[in-house]
Design a protein around this ligand. Structure first.
Ligand SMILES: [Zn+2]
Length: 92
């Protein structure tokens, strides 16, 4: 596993956050870990944006609107796959 020179936000890497992001957003995660993910999403713009995208999709489904933009779902899945392959997000 690749180590970064800096401590990741919330003590979790983007990879770790990506693995549990959906569980977190669905509320299927313990409070301690949820707090760390929250911190990560707060400090990591990229993961924060992905979380927002996912929440928007969920809100759309909950509102039973006719169409969920397929590209949003594709984008989220792609993001998860990239993280699963251990790719790090671009540094600013
Ligand atoms: Zn991140």
């Amino acid at each position: 596993m690749k180590l970064l020179g800096r401590k990741p936000p919330g003590g979790m890497s983007c990879h770790q956050v990506g693995e549990v992001l959906q569980q977190y957003l669905d509320g299927h995660i313990d409070a301690e870990r949820a707090g760390r993910i929250e911190q990560h999403l707060d400090e990591c713009r990229r993961c924060g944006m992905e979380a927002e995208t996912y929440e928007r999709i969920k809100a759309t489904l909950a509102a039973q609107r006719p169409a969920v933009p397929a590209e949003s779902i594709d984008r989220l899945r792609e993001f998860g796959e990239r993280l699963a392959h251990g790719e790090e997000p671009d540094s600013p």
